[in-house]
Design a protein around this ligand. Structure first.
Ligand code: KG4
Ligand code: ZN
Length: 335
């Protein structure tokens, strides 16, 4: 089965074609980062309008790249949520319109299921069951995944998502928006011994996260020491986040008795996180799986892949094409 995947939940327009026999045939992406940079954050109305401008050209580009015409497509997958309502509606409306016009089935994909399954696009994919740490701009979750659609959320952030904490801290340090990757780069110049920031919620049982206190601690440290200490502060912030994420992963693996760990979402591109997880993986005898770097952040490939699995299993979108800006991962249907 060959599926066209559409991602428009936030600030990237992603389109891809995934074939169950031949793998990924096309993958195109347009990032809106420049569009929102002047505003220091995502402006939802501008995001929706840009998706409208870019989506059809990207679909044409993907089909042309793979040398396919509409008759070669067996189904359409689009991100149905969670995300910005207006942005989601663009993908849902185009996805459903193409499905009606081409007389092909459509399916709505949960954005975080897309991230969670993204390492399955790689050459040595994880097999179920596994634990997953999903770390993006909107979500921080630890999930036990039994099979596709059978997800138990073990813990999540009670306030800011980890990517959001990176972005807010980067903004504070004058590194622009979205600043996760810039902060990580800047932290390399910092002295890791100068400051030691608190590790949020580590002394409490459970697998939830909280990053807003760390954000305040960072702001206070900056106020006290000034921008001269910015690189050292970036370094201390990142170390505290990484330590917390790694400790919670270790706890989740011990609690579930699983020995495979998937890391996905934008923050999984963070090299300091990867280095510490590698050490933990050796200590705990756990195999760790990532998507390729370009698939850590939002992309159409993960939606095309998840859509292909779901369409093959007979899953279909509701013909009223409601989007779900808030959509619990644990409510998905199991394959
Ligand atoms: O998954 P994603 O593309 O979008 C959402 O679904 O939210 O994640 C974007 C997030 C942003 O907050 C961005 O700053 C963060 O991922 N990010 C990073 C890095 N690369 C992207 N955070 C830390 N280190 C990085 N290298
Ligand atoms: Zn995402």
């Amino acid at each position: 089965m060959r599926v066209l995947g559409i991602e428009t939940s936030c600030d990237e327009t992603g389109v891809a074609v995934f074939d169950s026999d031949q793998g990924l045939l096309a993958n195109t992406l347009h990032s809106q980062v420049k569009l929102h940079a002047d505003y220091g954050g995502i402006v939802p109305e501008l995001a929706s309008r840009d998706h409208i401008r870019k989506l059809l050209p990207l679909i044409r580009e993907s089909l042309a790249y793979a040398n396919l015409s509409k008759t070669d497509i067996d189904g359409i997958a689009y991100t149905g949520g969670p995300g910005l309502a207006g942005a989601l509606l663009v993908g849902a409306a185009v996805g459903h319109s193409l499905a009606w016009a081409w007389n092909k089935p459509a399916v709505a994909i949960h954005h975080m299921e897309g991230h969670l399954l993204s390492p399955l696009l790689e050459s040595s994919p994880p097999i179920f069951p596994f634990c997953a740490l999903l770390v993006s701009g909107g979500h921080t979750m630890l999930v036990a995944a039994k099979r596709i659609g059978a997800y138990c959320v073990l813990g999540e952030s009670l306030d800011d998502a980890v990517g959001e904490a990176f972005d807010k801290t980067a903004k504070l340090l004058g590194l622009g928006y979205p600043g996760g990757a810039a902060l990580a780069k800047f932290a390399e110049q910092g002295d890791p011994k100068r400051f030691c920031f608190p590790r949020p919620m580590l002394n409490r049982p459970g697998l939830n996260f909280s990053f807003s206190g760390l954000k305040t601690y960072t702001a206070n440290t900056l106020r006290e020491h000034g921008l001269e200490a910015a690189a050292d502060i970036a370094c201390a912030f990142q170390d505290a986040v990484v330590d917390t994420l790694v400790a919670k992963c270790r706890r989740a693996l011990q609690q579930t008795n699983l020995n495979r760990l998937v890391i996905a979402g934008g923050v999984s591109a963070n090299l300091a996180l990867r280095a510490q997880l590698k050490i933990m993986g050796v200590q705990e005898n756990v195999q760790i799986y990532y998507p390729r770097l370009s698939f850590c952040t939002d992309n159409g490939a993960m939606i095309a892949f998840a859509g292909c699995q779901r369409l093959m299993a007979g899953d279909r979108a509701d013909s009223r094409f409601n989007v779900q800006p808030r959509w619990p991962l644990s409510s998905l249907s199991q394959l």
